[in-house]
Design a binder for this molecule. Structure first.
Ligand code: OAD
Length: 273
């Protein structure tokens, strides 16, 4: 069992080569504003329209982007590994569009295509478009059942939502993007899924790619997963707090490095994975 467990932790660097700016990189700034100051409950309370404009632009950029070889390599590793979990800090849908299944993936900082009410439990999800010309189809999500139901907004309603701040159709409160902002709690259910995976036993292989590992829980999960003798591979052109613990450091872009790492793992260790 020990030999068949893999954990992959990813951050913004994995989507960088798909044209999605990282948070802390030089392209992360939007209209001269620091994303770390926009992605906060305080920024939304002060200027919800501005924050929505930023998220709408990011959604559009993601819809027009394509998964890169790093996303595809991770999806391939998931398919070839019996016990596998991908924990991504990315709110885009590029891992999913590359083929990573929902069962094997946790989006620990939420999903940018979800819009949720500030007051009640109402939320819906716009599907990512993946560059297709059709308008996205909003879907209602019932948080307790997890089931989806399509809704068909009128074009007037949809146009209005593009200009304004969306309002909840159940209680009229403001709606916000379904992402985790600085200073907020991680979603309990997703957190539980990560903890369950770690509690089930140590991993023999952990890959951490494209993240500054700023948050203590990312470092903690990687170190708990390798326990005493697992391998930790870090893919990042820059040094991070995890670098000192890595058994292998790959200072290349994820789109170049991950297909090679995954192929080597899948081929040379196919009897183990
Ligand atoms: P950051 O923007 O902080 O860091 C991106 C990391 O990717 C850096 O360490 C880069 O060196 C690395 N990188 C850049 N290009 C790369 C490439 N082509 N291949 C591999 N690595 C590359 O993004 P995250 O660490 O993901 O949270 O940020 C973590 C969280 O902080 C985000 O999820 C977000 C942010 O604030 C919240 O919004 C709560």
């Amino acid at each position: 069992m020990h030999d068949r467990r893999v954990l992959v932790l990813t951050g913004a660097g994995v989507s960088a080569e798909s044209g999605i700016p990282t948070f802390r990189g030089k392209d992360g700034y939007w209209r001269n504003l620091d994303p770390a100051k926009l992605a906060t409950p305080e920024a939304f309370a002060r200027d919800p329209k501005l924050v929505w404009e930023w998220y709408r632009e990011r959604r559009q950029r993601i819809r027009n982007a394509q998964p890169n070889p790093a996303h595809k390599a991770i999806a391939k590793l998931a398919q070839h590994t019996q016990e596998f979990l991908l924990v991504t800090q990315n709110v885009d849908d590029l891992h999913a569009r590359a083929g990573a299944s929902k069962e094997k993936m946790v989006q620990i900082h939420g999903d940018i295509f979800v819009t949720r009410c500030l007051r009640c439990h109402f939320q819906f999800r716009d599907t990512g478009r993946g560059g297709s010309p059709e308008p996205p189809v909003p879907r209602v999500i019932y948080p307790h059942s997890g089931r989806l139901r399509s809704i068909a907004p009128t074009s007037v309603q949809h146009e209005q939502e593009q200009k304004d701040i969306p309002k909840c159709s159940k209680c009229s409160a403001l709606m916000r993007p379904g992402v985790v902002w600085f200073g907020e709690q991680l979603p309990w259910g997703e957190l539980r899924r990560v903890e369950n995976y770690l509690e089930d036993g140590p991993c023999d292989f952990v890959i951490v790619a494209g993240t500054t590992a700023t948050f203590g829980y990312i470092v903690d999960w990687a170190l708990r997963a390798i326990a005493s003798d697992g391998e930790l591979v870090e893919v990042n052109p820059e040094e991070t707090p995890l670098s000192q613990f890595a058994t292998q450091r790959v200072r290349e872009g994820a789109a170049l490095a991950l297909p090679r790492i995954v192929d080597e793992l899948v081929i040379s260790r196919s009897s183990k994975l």
